[in-house]
Write a protein that binds this ligand. Sequence first.
Ligand SMILES: *Cc1c(COP(=O)(O)O)cnc(C)c1O
Length: 340
Amino acid sequence: MTLPHFPRIPLGFFPTPLVELPRLSKVLGGPTIFMKRDDQTGLAFGGNKTRKLQYLLGDALNQGCGAVITAGAAQSNHCRQTAAAAAKLGLECHLVLGGDAPDKPSGNLLLDQIFDCRIHWAGEHRKGEDIPEIFEELQAAQKKPYIVPYGGSNELGTLAFAEAAHELDTQGNHHLFTHIVFASSSGGTQAGLMLGKKMLGKSYQVVGINIDKAETDGTYFDRHIVSLANCAAKLVGLEHEFTDQDLTLNSDYLGAGYAVIGDLENEAILLTARTEGILLDPVYTARAMGGLIQMIRSGEIGRKDRVLFWHTGGTPALFAYANGLDLARRTGKGFLQAPG
Ligand SMILES: *Cc1c(COP(=O)(O)O)cnc(C)c1O
């Protein structure tokens, strides 16, 4: 089954590379591990939101919009990629960010400012609660605003990840992955991979590692992902009703909360960097990789399995969370030895 055509605006470099991680795999004494490098989508340090924005901003341009509004945390990768895409397309960009303006911007926030977007500080409201008010102001000013949903996750953003599953299939048809593991937070990535899997008739398990325990849209996160998958299925004309049965969302690694960097994240960052020369971000991909490492250690993922870790980006946040990194404690001998 192929994907129907929707207006999509090119914003990045695709397909993103698919690489094997033999040294990481060896250190873990575990499965074959591949990585899909969506940290290399090419738009302002890359990330998975580039895929979604190709469809969302394609829709915005199609509707003749002149401004975009979106929301997120101060270190939102989604907001940074939206700001870059808006700059490229000549759209005015408004970001509604949680928290308060810091004295000195760093990481993603520094990049947002380089792209000259208007930042609205929203205190506790990091999920776009204040968007309607700004939308009305922009509308009154005849700017034809377009709302990019939180994390880019609506049926169009989901469609973009169904397309990503198709892209992977053209690169890795022969790989016979048993699991695809990635960070899941606003749900579009996971719902899209679920849809793509169904369309392609694949048997791999789509394993989202839950990053942020907060609810999304007033329904619990798992319900939200299933409903996104169903909305996107309608959009592509797939006759399938996704249910909880189709969903694997692992919530074992929420740690001390969103963007709180702990041992799990530290180990994942250092291990991946020191075995493969690849950077993870502290908030999303390190938590997801930490989860994968634990699942390998516990035997939940076996030695014979073939895992694809989907690197969803986020690396600029490394600079903003430098204080959470524990560089001193983990450089000792034995750190890179295979267990047993
Ligand atoms: C947004 C984001 C995710 C989560 O993707 P969703 O589609 O929102 O679930 C994972 N990793 C990074 C780096 C992100 O920026």
